[in-house]
Design a protein around this ligand. Structure first.
Ligand code: ZN
Length: 592
């Protein structure tokens, strides 16, 4: 039994603009496993008072675990036989206002020998197992990318022998135009990724997520090209990260009308129940603004930017597909010149995610920058030159990037452009401001007890996505001016997501010894699989408490603790492709 209470958008910076208000009667789950401590792979009881990155620590660089119970010393033991390999003293306690925890640090950076270990504190207990090695995040990257494969729509999905029960039959095979699109009849819009815990597909969020993966390839391709994701296209000569991104990109291209504009989204009129993808029989409709020109500026500009990146990224692998993207990007730009200000609001009778945005100027800037970088044509450079200055201050407040804030992406792409004619003064300003802000951010991160970049106000809808976006900001700054401190701070944000947090919880499903269990995610909640679909990042703690499960938590709970590992907690435990893409970027940045 489900109900669909509509909750207003609160204008969250990172959160999705829509809220999936589902009251679940039959589903349960609790934080019990992590709150009480659970059993490690070796059958030992671990304590959540010790917080480690449950995936591990790269061999080179800082290695720090955190402790929220008073103690003086710690030992690192080999997981296979309990032999002590390292002894150390804990730091003095620091008070963390956001969680209410007293935190001590266990620094074992001097341990370099690869292996599997755990940390033990006399009188407190032992941690989950973790690895030290030269390439500890490879599997995490693999699982996070496979998370996108699991979100594929319009095809049967099978996660393979590693997760034998995780499969779904072909879904959402019929598309049609909703009256708000300005046309009628069937539409062959099969494909794309399910956006989040629901089965909608949204051009705006697809733009951010897909382009983040394409950027990941452009920046870290050398590290990624040999990694097989074991997807149907593997071995076809194109790197798998690009094979996966293409699945969604092809759907995005189908969302473009012949005049160049892109419709906002393709969803049912309201959210489906908690059923498996193949069991959702609500019509999948192409939804527009409800009046001429029916397409929206932000969606069209996001499509233009993403297709422009694709035009250069796919060129060495499939020139025809690259050209198709370039044509789409140019056509979209020509539509934008005529329609620079068409905002989207859900038309009457439609209650799925809106991804509404009151200002599409940043999307236009991004599209112009990517088109300039790809084509070298003066008109795009001129648009960028005339408009970028207003966005420079946004770089001073990281993370400057999210699905609704893409001016930073435009500026960064421009600053990475090597084309003759690129404005050197603009490039220098963008680089300098990004690096200055990132250095301050890195310092703040290292000085915070949990060593993440979040400030008190950041514990809002999608805070874990925010953690990943902070990490991505630091890595971009490192491209402009390589600095080990920036990479280390980015890695500290990754440690937070993978278990070094107040709950001692890995926020990626099926990763680490104590991962969260109950994402707000229809395939995982359909009851057809024994646990959550693998590789998916949770939205994370959210002091905004916009769902009933969070509202029930004690009133005086500090913001970092406002989280419920419950399927019904859509405001703290949903998954979404934009957060997922930032996680992939962060993981790729930490691969050797
Ligand atoms: Zn589907």
């Amino acid at each position: 039994m489900v109900s669909f209470p509509f909750l207003p958008c609160t204008g969250k910076r990172w959160g999705r603009a829509h809220m999936l208000g589902i009251a679940l009667m039959a589903l349960s789950g609790s934080l019990g496993a992590s709150a009480q401590g659970a059993v490690t792979a070796a059958g030992n009881q671990a304590t959540t008072a010790i917080k480690v990155d449950q995936v591990g620590y790269p061999q080179k660089g800082p290695k720090v675990a955190l402790l929220s119970a008073p103690a003086t010393s710690f030992e690192i033991k080999r997981a296979s036989d309990g032999a002590v390999v390292f002894k150390g003293q804990l730091s003095a306690a620091a008070s963390d206002a956001d969680s209410g925890d007293q935190i001590q640090a266990a620094d074992f950076s001097a341990l370099h020998k690869p292996g599997k270990y755990y940390l033990e504190v006399p009188g407190v207990g032992r941690s989950w197992d973790f690895s030290v090695g030269p390439d500890v995040y490879r599997r995490a990257y693999y699982l996070a990318m496979r998370g996108f494969y699991g979100q594929r729509c319009g095809t049967a999905v099978d996660m393979g022998p590693e997760f034998p029960e995780y499969k779904h039959a072909i879904c959402h095979q019929k598309g049609e135009f909703h009256p708000s699109s300005g046309t009628a009849g069937p539409r062959n819009n099969i494909g794309g990724w399910h956006d989040a815990g629901d089965y909608g597909r949204y051009v705006v969020n697809s733009g951010f997520a897909t382009s983040t993966l394409l950027w990941t390839w452009e920046i870290y391709g050398k590290r990624l090209k040999a990694i097989s994701l074991k997807i149907p296209e593997s071995g076809n000569g194109t790197p798998d990260i690009l094979n996966e991104a293409r699945w969604n990109l092809e759907w995005m291209l189908k969302m473009q009308d012949t005049d160049g504009g892109a419709w906002q989204k393709q969803t049912s009129e309201h959210f489906s129940g908690f059923v498996a993808p193949e069991d959702d029989d609500l019509p999948s409709e192409v939804i527009g603004t409800g009046s001429a020109p029916y397409k929206s500026t932000c969606a069209t500009a996001d499509l233009a930017a993403t297709a422009a990146i694709a035009a250069r990224v796919y060129l060495p692998f499939d020139a025809k597909f690259a050209k198709e993207n370039l044509d789409a990007a140019r056509l979209a730009w020509s539509w934008l010149e005529k329609n620079p200000d068409v905002l989207f609001r859900n038309p009457s009778g439609v209650s799925t995610g809106e991804y509404g945005d009151r200002n599409c100027k940043d999307e236009m800037l991004w599209a112009a920058a990517e088109l300039w970088r790809t084509t070298g044509e003066a008109a795009y450079n001129q648009y960028f030159h005339q408009n970028y200055a207003a966005f420079l201050p946004s770089l001073d407040k990281p993370p400057a990037e999210s699905w609704s804030q893409v001016g930073s992406l435009g500026m960064w792409s421009y600053a990475l452009t090597r084309r003759k004619g690129t404005d050197g003064k603009a490039k220098a300003a963008i680089r300098a401001r990004t690096v200055t802000a990132a250095r301050a951010l890195a310092e703040r991160t290292e000085n915070s007890p949990y060593r993440n970049s979040l400030q008190t106000r950041d514990y809002e809808w999608g805070s874990n996505g925010g953690v990943a976006e902070y990490g991505a900001y630091l890595l971009i700054a490192n491209l402009f001016q390589p600095d080990r401190a920036l990479v280390d701070a980015a890695r500290d944000n990754l440690h937070y997501l993978l278990g070094r947090n107040t709950f001692s919880l890995s926020w990626v499903t099926q990763l680490g010894e104590n991962p969260y269990q109950h994402p707000h995610h229809r395939p995982s909640g359909s009851g057809k699989q024994p646990g959550p679909w693998p590789g998916l990042l949770s939205g994370g703690p959210n002091a905004g408490r916009q769902d009933a499960e969070l509202a029930k938590l004690p009133k005086n709970l500090p913001p970092a603790k406002v989280y419920a590992d419950l399927t019904a907690s859509y405001a703290s435990n949903e998954i979404a492709i934009n957060w997922q893409a930032s996680l992939v970027f962060l993981l790729a940045g930490e691969l050797p």
